[in-house]
Design a protein around this ligand. Structure first.
Ligand SMILES: Cc1cc2nc3c(=O)[nH]c(=O)nc-3n(C[C@H](O)[C@H](O)[C@H](O)COP(=O)(O)OP(=O)(O)OC[C@H]3O[C@@H](n4cnc5c(N)ncnc54)[C@H](O)[C@@H]3O)c2cc1C
Ligand code: SF4
Length: 186
């Protein structure tokens, strides 16, 4: 593995300032560290955001729930208000991975995890998503679990997050911070 620096972010602004081109944010590490081990990711620096005070799940002013970026998948699935008001969200999280992974994995990391296409995770293979222009062996090769709808001639991978599917079904809004201020998207 390539050597890299490690920095524990003090606050959100510190994380934003430290998150330059060669850096990657570290949540639970269950996807990022795997990709570092197989050589797909080789950051110069890991900016650890897991200890920022963003793990809360609280009432939103409009009556919804705000789920923090560093809330673990386990805590999200088990939260009484998530289970009562958004049962499909809880069920979707519990349907994925394993207990150990869900205990480490964060909501932010789950949404931003990379595709689980086997060619993407194998640097000996071409892959347009990893190396644009190199080709997509999945289209003629192994594409079990790949996209049925919405694929292009460049990539047939799906987004792997079960959590994201439930959030989309509930019409959730993702709020995030940038150096220019807060932003949001669906
Ligand atoms: C064996 C296995 C089975 C799995 N099965 C499923 C499944 O069935 N369903 C499913 O949905 N998922 C599944 N997963 C994926 C798992 O849910 C993700 O690995 C996990 O949710 C990622 O969260 P993390 O906090 O560990 O992210 P990390 O690995 O820490 O980060 C993932 C990405 O998100 C970025 N990131 C993390 N946090 C932030 C933040 N706060 N702000 C900005 N960027 C951030 C990182 O830089 C990185 O690019 C599986 C994983 C494994 C290993
Ligand atoms: S479907 Fe093709 S381009 Fe997309 S991640 Fe897999 S190999 Fe790469």
């Amino acid at each position: 593995m390539k050597e890299f620096a490690y920095r524990r972010a003090r606050d959100v602004r510190d994380a934003l300032l430290a998150g330059d081109g060669g850096a990657r944010y570290l949540g639970g590490g269950t996807n990022l560290v795997d990709l570092m081990k197989c050589g797909v990711e080789a950051p110069d620096k890991l900016v650890d955001v897991r200890f920022l005070p963003l793990a809360g799940i609280r009432e939103a002013p409009d009556g919804g729930l705000v789920i923090g970026a560093t809330a673990t998948n386990s805590d999200t699935a088990a939260h009484p208000e998530v289970r009562r008001r958004y049962p499909a969200l809880s069920q979707a999280v519990l349907a994925g991975a394993s207990g150990q992974l869900r205990n480490m994995a964060t909501v932010g990391g789950n949404l931003l995890q990379r595709t689980r296409c086997g060619y993407f995770a194998d640097p000996s293979q071409p892959c347009n998503k990893r190396l644009p222009g190199s080709g997509c062996p999945a289209i003629a090769g192994e594409h079990h679990n790949h996209a049925v709808l919405g694929r292009s001639r460049h990539c047939a991978a799906t987004h792997p997050s079960d959590l994201a599917v439930a959030l989309a079904a509930y019409d959730a809004v993702v709020r995030y911070e940038t150096l220019d201020g807060p932003a949001r998207s669906r």
